[in-house]
Ligand binder design. Structure first.
Ligand SMILES: CC(=O)SCCNC(=O)CCNC(=O)[C@H](O)C(C)(C)COP(=O)(O)OP(=O)(O)OC[C@H]1O[C@@H](n2cnc3c(N)ncnc32)[C@H](O)[C@@H]1OP(=O)(O)O
Ligand SMILES: N[C@@H](CCO)C(=O)O
Length: 372
């Protein structure tokens, strides 16, 4: 791991050198030029690893999380980290076997679980807040390239990701084709569509219209005074798009609860409350805007030309009931990436979130990718 002077102390509840779970930080002291102009003077990425890097450094697998995920791929909830691993049952023999692979999961640049983002200290020690620059998926991948360099991984045995993680995974495979041997893309597009940007827009408005937002400079406000209502509204909008119409209808029906709310309203309130307690609104805005920026074809002659650059052995999958990232987008990836073969369809009623829920089907895809 590269440690450098000139960066503020590591943030987050995890401490350097904490035992198993293997949490660590890349602390990168050189400037990271940004696609939209300017540069980050330095940054840190929190990451967790499972397994051991082999002598010829050929067994490293990069797993990239979605919008509100983080580096905690597997393991129980723990102090400082309120949620259990988001792909818990995949870190085992037959899938991401830690006896065979060195599995690396970074918290994304712009995130709020130990990586540099709006809530983290800038070089002056104060939160970045409104000074946090606009970042793109390509910038996030450049930060992850620095992590690979620091770990001594010239070529990933595989890069895996769903949703925003899939955006970074395909960006890796297009931008750094020689460094990605195998690729699993789940429920993600080659470029964010107008529909996806449209669903994000009211979410961004809800956060920015909250008086607690304070132009993005709320981090020093008293607890409870941040843009929690706005973030909660954003999550309610988003979470409805993450599930299918059929699931919501059959699961919740039209019966009101005793308190007068429709049951589905209560469900969305619950998910809003959970996110507000664990996620930073500034990170949500930064990551959502990065997702809107996603277009592997930008400055590369378009999506089709960009996808032709991929040399990785590739598996692409979408979810039958995903109304946010519909199957045509994964079909475009499968048809555009040389040798990707047929699109795999995850059969599920759960909509977009199926890439987090249908772990047996995903495990089979991982097995197919990694060869058992
Ligand atoms: C497990 C994690 O959270 S991983 C941490 C990192 N997070 C991520 O990567 C993604 C964030 N999480 C998510 O997107 C989602 O929570 C998922 C996909 C993981 C959850 O999917 P599912 O397992 O289908 O859970 P589901 O959407 O049914 O929600 C269950 C919760 O809703 C609550 N709930 C269900 N119905 C209602 C209702 N009518 N009113 C209020 N609450 C309700 C349940 O009590 C349960 O609460 P809990 O999670 O606090 O225990
Ligand atoms: N439920 C997922 C959806 C975004 O892919 C998340 O919160 O990250």
């Amino acid at each position: 791991m590269s440690t450098v002077d000139g960066l503020p102390p590591a943030t987050g509840a995890w401490r350097e050198g904490d035992p198993p779970g293997r949490r660590s930080w890349l602390r990168h002291g050189r400037a990271l030029p940004l696609e939209r102009g300017g540069a980050l003077p330095g940054f840190q990425l929190a990451y967790e690893t499972w397994g051991t890097l082999n002598a010829d450094r050929s067994n490293a697998v990069l797993v990239l999380h979605a919008l509100t995920g983080d580096s905690h791929l597997a393991g129980p909830a723990q102090p400082g980290h309120p949620t259990p691993g988001w792909w818990n049952s995949l870190v085992q023999p037959g899938a991401l076997d830690p006896d065979r692979y060195f599995v690396v999961v970074p918290n994304v640049l712009g995130g709020c679980q130990g990586s540099t983002g709006p809530a983290a200290p800038a070089p002056d020690g104060q939160p970045w807040g409104s000074r946090w620059p606009v970042i793109t998926v390509r910038d996030q991948v450049r930060a992850e390239v620095a992590l690979a360099d620091a770990l001594g991984v010239d070529r990933w045995a595989a890069v895996l990701g769903g949703s925003m993680g899939g955006m970074r995974a395909v960006e890796w495979a297009v931008g750094e084709p020689e460094r990605v041997a195998a690729l699993l893309l789940l429920a993600c597009p080659a470029a964010s569509s107008a529909d996806q940007i449209a669903w994000t827009y009211p979410q961004l408005h809800a956060i920015r219209a909250d008086p607690g937002w304070r132009g993005g400079d709320y981090h020093a406000a008293a607890p409870g005074e941040g843009p929690h209502r706005g973030l909660g509204i954003a999550r309610r909008i988003a979470h409805a798009t993450y599930r299918s119409e059929a699931e919501l209808s059959s699961r919740f029906g039209r019966e009101p609860q005793g308190d007068g709310r429709f049951t589905v309203e209560s469900y969305l309130d619950h998910h809003a409350g959970k996110l507000v307690r664990r996620f930073d609104a500034g990170s949500y805005v930064s990551l959502a805007e990065a997702m809107n920026s996603h277009d592997v074809g930008r400055d590369r002659g378009g999506v089709a030309a960009a996808l032709r650059r991929v040399t990785a052995r590739t598996v692409v999958a979408g979810v039958s009931s995903d109304r946010l990232y519909p199957l045509w987008q994964q079909r475009e990836l499968a048809e555009g990436i040389p040798g990707a073969g047929e699109l795999h369809v995850i059969d599920s009623p759960y909509g977009h979130d199926a890439f987090l829920i249908e772990v047996e089907q995903i495990s089979a895809l991982v097995k197919e990718l990694l060869g058992g």
